[in-house]
Design a protein around this ligand. Structure first.
Ligand code: SF4
Length: 394
């Protein structure tokens, strides 16, 4: 398969086990209409006891979150799993790259399970290893590779993290992207051309961090389009750039628009606009506050009673924040429903099927990273943990 030959797979149909996107999820699922699903999940969880640890990402549905032993962002959850070595089965209610990270950080005797194999991440799928290797080869040919440090967002597949580990790079979260970039630029003090970062796979987090936190200009940033020859960039553009942004984005956070910000400001005087840094640069510029999922949660928890907020992140989380903070007005920063469709593939029938299979002695949908990829991905993750200061949550 060539790097541009990417067949479109309707979610849940066909097989592409090397990708984050939709793969077939086998399994004899209980009917969604079964009135006993909650009782069945509870009974299976009780039967597994300490052997089981259920992780629930903030963007998961309520029907799933109620069975999570811990909730959080992807990196916190992977670390929580690593801190529970007695748990034989880690059921990750999230998406594929998160389960991979949990497998990398947990012990060999622990098995990480994703209840629906079709729960991928469209952003992670936008940077495939073969595409990134082609880009790197082009940078070697252009004579700039020795000035480039690859930095990948946590929201990437394990082989992209391993690529960064192999090439002197680092993983970052949306909380520490600025620290990771400062570290990366400091790695190449003597290069013949200006030091650069290849930022994967989310162009918006890369651009927002470089411009708003590190003081680069938009002209310092170029976008590498993997569908174009040489990324759609000239040798001169590559040589002069400081940030080479991969052309990837989150299909949820990329939807928020300046128009809706303007509309809400007009209709709700005094409203506070709070967005995630995966949003487009223009939206972030118009917001009052920008920060990671954990930052968004803490900001709302600490907000004054009576305050009014529009939040630009995944809808399940926004709805839970609104329910938990009835003394504040919390609205969603989009006119339309905007769930993460792949996150939402993990539902109660998949969870019940997963847990009951474990009770009967069958491990389904295990996510296992191969040893070499794991070794190099760990190098890039460890480099992140060694960055100075700051929480590492996304
Ligand atoms: S919200 Fe965006 S980045 Fe997160 S899993 Fe969904 S598509 Fe991926």
């Amino acid at each position: 398969m060539t790097t541009t030959d990417l067949p479109l797979l309707p979610l849940g149909k066909g097989r592409d086990l090397d990708a984050e996107r939709g793969v077939e999820c086998p399994g004899d699922l209980p009917a969604a209409s079964d009135p006993d699903l909650v009782a069945r999940a509870r009974a299976a969880k009780d039967a597994l006891g300490e052997r089981l640890f259920v992780l629930g990402h903030h963007y998961q549905r309520d029907e799933v979150i109620q069975f999570a032993d811990v909730t959080g962002d992807s990196f916190k959850l992977a670390r929580d799993a690593a801190a529970r070595p007695e748990a034989e089965f880690i059921v990750f209610c999230g998406v594929h790259f998160m389960a991979e990270s949990a497998d990398i950080l947990t012990g060999d005797s622990q098995q990480v399970i994703l209840p629906d194999l079709a729960a991928g991440c469209s952003m992670a799928d936008m940077a495939r290893l073969s595409q990134v290797e082609d880009a790197w080869d082009a940078m070697v040919e252009a004579g700039i590779a020795e000035a480039v440090v690859p930095v990948t967002y946590m929201n990437s597949s394990a082989d992209i993290k391993a690529f960064c580990g192999r090439n002197g790079g680092v993983v970052c979260t949306s909380s520490n992207a600025d620290v990771a970039l400062e570290w990366a630029f400091a790695q190449k003090p003597d290069s013949a051309v200006p030091a650069k970062v290849l930022f994967l796979p989310d162009q918006h987090l890369g651009r927002n961090t470089a411009v708003l936190k590190l003081g680069f200009s938009l002209d310092d940033c170029v976008v590498w389009d993997p569908q174009q020859p040489n990324g759609g960039l000239s040798a001169g553009q590559l040589r002069d750039a400081r940030m080479i942004l991969w052309r990837g984005h989150c299909s949820v956070h990329g939807r928020f628009s300046e128009d809706v910000v303007d509309e809400l400001r007009a209709t709700h005087p005094g409203i506070n606009i709070l967005v995630h840094p995966e949003c487009q640069h223009e939206v972030v510029l118009k917001a009052d506050l920008v920060g990671s999922t954990e930052f968004i949660i803490k900001t709302i928890e600490a907000a004054a009673p009576g305050s009014v907020w529009a939040i630009g992140t995944e809808l399940n989380l926004v709805k839970r924040l609104a329910d938990a903070n009835p003394d504040k007005t919390i609205v969603f920063l989009d006119r339309n429903v905007c769930y993460c469709s792949t996150m939402n593939r993990i539902d109660l029938p998949h969870l019940v099927w997963t847990l009951e299979s474990l009770v009967s002695g069958t491990v389904v949908n295990r996510i296992e990273v191969d040893p070499e990829t794991e070794q190099w991905a760990k190098v890039a993750l460890q480099q992140m943990l060694d960055l100075p200061g700051r929480s590492h949550r996304d």
